[in-house]
Ligand binder design. Structure first.
Ligand SMILES: [Zn+2]
Length: 238
């Protein structure tokens, strides 16, 4: 596939909520982007896997991604086990992404922090020639961590002001997760739609403000940023 950018996360809708704007922005720049959901989200109390699959497809269209797939790890069992790592490494060899976005390695939901470790270790394994899996050995160039919901300071923020509205639509495509069924009281939904709207607006505004724009998505990379021209650096200090 030779993707330019692949976002990997535990459940369908995780990517939309954490880095959907960035994916769309990169697609608009002409990059080939993709989303890999590790699970089908079948343990969620709301929405059947079929509904979520339809929603995921709609969201992917809204974000102009070239490829979206499910790895097939059982929901609530995302762990860096040998079996899952080999499966993911095989997928990485197929997709050959230059840059990979992973969830941050600290989170409340075990699936989320395990997805981070599983993703990192599978990227490392994918380049081992002797590994007993299909495909040509491949090593992604860059790993970024999306930290929208994490208690960590970003190393950079992507300006998604122009993509914010479309990202909002992509998130709301997952209606089954955020809208109460007719038989239910609104308060029963873990993250009701009105609160979700408020939260995603606040978060994107918060990170946008850090770089002097309306809306932003935060990322962390473990390497240092290399700078050639300190006179042309962006984001005003005073
Ligand atoms: Zn999730």
């Amino acid at each position: 596939m030779n993707l330019d950018l692949l976002a990997i996360a535990a459940h369908p809708d995780d990517v939309e909520l954490t880095c959907g704007g960035t994916l769309l922005k990169m697609a608009q720049r002409g990059y080939k982007t993709g989303i890999l959901d590790l699970t089908a989200g079948e343990m969620g109390t709301r929405g059947t896997p079929e509904t979520r699959a339809r929603e995921a497809e709609r969201a992917a269209k809204l974000l102009s991604v070239k490829w979206r797939g499910i790895l097939g790890v059982p929901d609530s069992d995302v762990q860096p086990s040998r079996q899952h790592k080999l499966r993911l490494a095989t997928m990485i060899r197929e997709l050959r992404p230059k840059t990979v976005i992973l969830p941050y390695w600290e989170a409340r939901h075990p699936d989320h922090y395990h997805a981070s470790t599983l993703g990192y270790e599978a990227c490392c394994l994918a380049c081992l020639k002797q590994l007993p899996i299909e495909g040509e050995a491949y090593r992604p160039f860059k790993i970024l961590y999306s930290i929208s919901y994490a208690d960590a300071r970003p190393t950079f923020v992507v300006d998604i002001t122009a993509q914010y509205e479309q990202r909002r639509k992509a998130i709301l495509a997952f209606a089954s997760q955020f809208r109460p069924r007719k038989s239910e009281k609104k308060g029963k939904v873990h993250l009701a739609i009105d609160r979700l709207e408020m939260e995603m607006n606040q978060l994107a505004r918060h990170y946008g403000q850090m770089i002097g724009v309306n809306y932003g998505e935060p990322f962390l990379q473990e390497e240092l940023m290399k700078v050639e021209d300190v006179v042309k650096m962006e984001v005003r200090s005073i």
